[in-house]
Design a binder for this molecule. Structure first.
Ligand SMILES: Cc1cc2nc3c(=O)[nH]c(=O)nc-3n(C[C@H](O)[C@H](O)[C@H](O)COP(=O)(O)OP(=O)(O)OC[C@H]3O[C@@H](n4cnc5c(N)ncnc54)[C@H](O)[C@@H]3O)c2cc1C
Length: 486
């Protein structure tokens, strides 16, 4: 456990270790990978310390918010790969798939009843946050959640960062320490006790092992009656994430700085779906990018630059720009949500934004679209409709257009609260990377979070940053994009 920064470790109750437990339980909720995962590494360390085997439990319920075929298939593909891989490696892995709402209730407590202690993932939003809070008071053994989300441990900040600039200062001060204490690539290699864990017949009768269902995902999904938003071509395995990362590093990273904003160039990494489900770690993406610095990567070259983006890594401009997105922009949202339970509430916006949006609440809206019109890409704006179609078809929107997509909804709804509600709904239902701290960073940025006041003051937006489709059309290469999604 020495390798793991204590600021990543959240002890959730005061219970004593059960020395008679049969195993250490690792409940894999969102860091769904076997590599570079501090939570798994921590669980292995506990198993070794107690001389017990490890049981990895990975589940999927069927009534989580925004449950649908798209999310379910992506997650099951990842679970199927774990099932196959861990069978070969003789590690105790127990996958469970709920076949009707509520069927999985009580499962964790049942597993915890035979455990020495329970380790799980720290994650600041969605049902994971709720699960962790709810379970804390219920378990009679230690319950510890471990943060393997990003380079900068969640416990390092003392309050919610107001801006990326402020978070970047924390990042710059702490980057080297994190870099020098990376997660183990293969934590399971160090697991000592390899005894097979047998779950009781009673437990398995109630909560059957999902091995068979994972072998036939289509047929299992048919039974579930999930909302259908359309499955995706990309798949939810770590193998797919690594292939995507390699292709990006080889083909696109060097042009990321100049071309990532142009939808036709398509230079962005598209790694967010796998980052969201934890299939790939921020650390290994940062490492791969740093290894591409043309003159090599020397930790001695970094310079604390008071939160300025330029002049920290002191390398290739494209690589530095990409690292800023992955470390600072991703991190600021995770740390914000970690400190703010109201991360998804309109009232969590900064005071200046609340004030200016309120002052413009009564401004005339030229067009008002219903949720259904937006959902079906039925606005009078060609670029917006294309972005919405990309979201429906591919589960993601090109980064620059995602900003425009959000800004227009503020303009086209009766009030900012409705705009917020629609954006959260559209994003979290259709985006495969949705339901993430980054979702709330992006959506709330539309209304002023992590931004500053801008002039001149505009109708509806007030001092909140404003974007138009006309200027986007002039600025970006969009011809191919509009042909594809028009
Ligand atoms: C309205 C709106 C909604 C958004 N919803 C989501 C969402 O649901 N999930 C999500 O992951 N991101 C969201 N974002 C942020 C950003 O658009 C995506 O992270 C990015 O487009 C993902 O594509 P990529 O992996 O190719 O990014 P790249 O440009 O290749 O960047 C690499 C990684 O850096 C991080 N990153 C990049 N840009 C941002 C950013 N602006 N803010 C925070 N992190 C960033 C992401 O983890 C991303 O995967 C949203 C932005 C807006 C404006």
């Amino acid at each position: 456990m020495k390798n793991i920064n204590s600021k990543r470790v959240f002890r959730r109750n005061d219970a004593e270790v059960n020395p008679d437990g049969s195993y250490v339980l690792y409940w894999m909720q969102i860091h769904r990978r076997l590599e570079y995962n501090f939570a798994l590494e921590y669980a292995v360390a506990w198993a070794n310390k107690l001389g017990k085997p490890l049981l990895i439990y990975e589940g999927l319920i069927c009534d989580y918010p925004w449950a649908c075929d798209r999310i379910h298939r992506f997650m099951m593909q990842g679970m199927a790969a774990h099932h196959q891989g861990l069978k070969e490696r003789k590690v105790n892995y127990y996958p469970y798939l709920e076949d009707k709402p509520g069927a999985g209730r009580g499962l964790i407590q049942s597993l915890a009843g035979n455990a020495c202690c329970v380790i799980s993932d720290e994650f600041p939003v969605f049902i994971i946050r709720e699960h962790n809070e709810a379970l804390s008071g219920k378990l009679k053994v230690p319950f510890v959640t471990v943060d393997a989300n990003g380079m900068i441990p969640l416990g390092l900040t003392e309050s919610d960062p107001y801006s990326a600039y402020i978070f970047r200062q924390t990042m710059q001060k702490n980057f080297l320490d994190s870099w020098n204490h990376p997660p183990l690539e293969k934590p399971l290699n160090g697991l000592k006790n390899r005894d097979v864990v047998e779950l009781s017949a009673g437990h398995l009768e109630k909560w059957p092992h999902a091995g068979n269902a994972l072998g036939n995902i289509d047929s299992f999904m048919k039974k579930l009656n999930l909302k259908e938003v359309g499955t995706l071509e990309i798949n939810g395995t770590r193998e797919a994430a690594l292939a995507r990362m390699d292709a990006f590093m080889k083909n696109d990273l060097s042009k990321y700085g100049e071309e990532r904003n142009h939808p036709d160039s398509d230079r962005a990494s598209r790694l967010s779906p796998w980052l969201h489900f934890g299939k790939i770690s921020e650390y290994e993406i940062v490492k791969a990018a740093l290894e591409r610095q043309p003159s090599g990567w020397d930790p001695g070259s970094i310079t604390f630059n008071k939160g300025q983006r330029e002049g920290f890594f002191n390398g290739d401009a494209s690589i530095d720009a990409f690292l800023d997105e992955v470390i600072t922009w991703r991190g600021v949202g995770y740390h914000f949500c970690h400190h703010r339970a109201d991360f998804d509430k309109y009232s969590s916006l900064p005071a200046w934004a609340l004030k200016t949006l309120d002052e413009h609440r009564g401004d005339e809206r030229k067009h008002i679209y219903s949720y259904e019109q937006l959902e079906n890409a039925e606005t009078g704006d060609e670029i917006w409709n294309a972005a919405q179609r990309q979201l429906r078809r591919e589960g993601i929107i090109h980064n620059y257009l995602r900003m425009l997509w959000g800004k227009k909804v503020l303009e086209w709804t009766p009030d900012p609260e409705t705009a917020l509600e629609y954006l959260i709904e559209l994003n979290n239902q259709y985006a495969i990377d949705g339901r993430d701290p980054n979702s709330y960073s992006g959506i709330f940025w539309i209304f002023g979070r992590f931004d500053r006041a801008w002039g001149p003051e505009r109708p509806i937006y007030g001092k909140v940053r404003y974007m138009t489709s006309d200027s986007t059309r002039k600025k970006l290469n969009l011809t191919g994009y509009l042909k594809t999604f028009g």
